[in-house]
Design a protein. Sequence first.
Length: 156
Amino acid sequence: MNDVPFVAGSEHSVRGVYNRVAERLSAWIGHDLMALAARIAIAGVFWSSGRTKIEDWLTVSDNAVALFEDEYRLPLVPPELAAHLATYAEHLFPILLVLGLATRASALALLAMTAVIQVFVYPSAWPTHLTWAVALLYLAGQGGGRLALDRWLRLA
């Protein structure tokens, strides 16, 4: 009976084929690849945002400060300070993520930043922020993988 194709429970059934494909994908797309992809992808998002806020190498632009005065308007944090903190965070933490150094701390810092953006700046952009949060939560919970300096330095 198991020799008959597409019989439930046989290795040739739809379920059997699906399970074999799933096992192969799980072996190929493991934590290390997922962590590397998450680190690079989310780093790109924040790095690109940070680059729009500077002049020269790391001079916070007047336009960035104006954004925090007019559009972002965070409570309790002066716009000048908020612009500098956000700009430097959007440069430092992506570099650390790409290197896989202090991966969990960097992910948590960017997750906090994402929460602030979601709550105080762009609440209607939750699908985008949720996507960021998924990658950051994965990195915070699982670490940067074997392709990270954290692992090589035995920090994770």
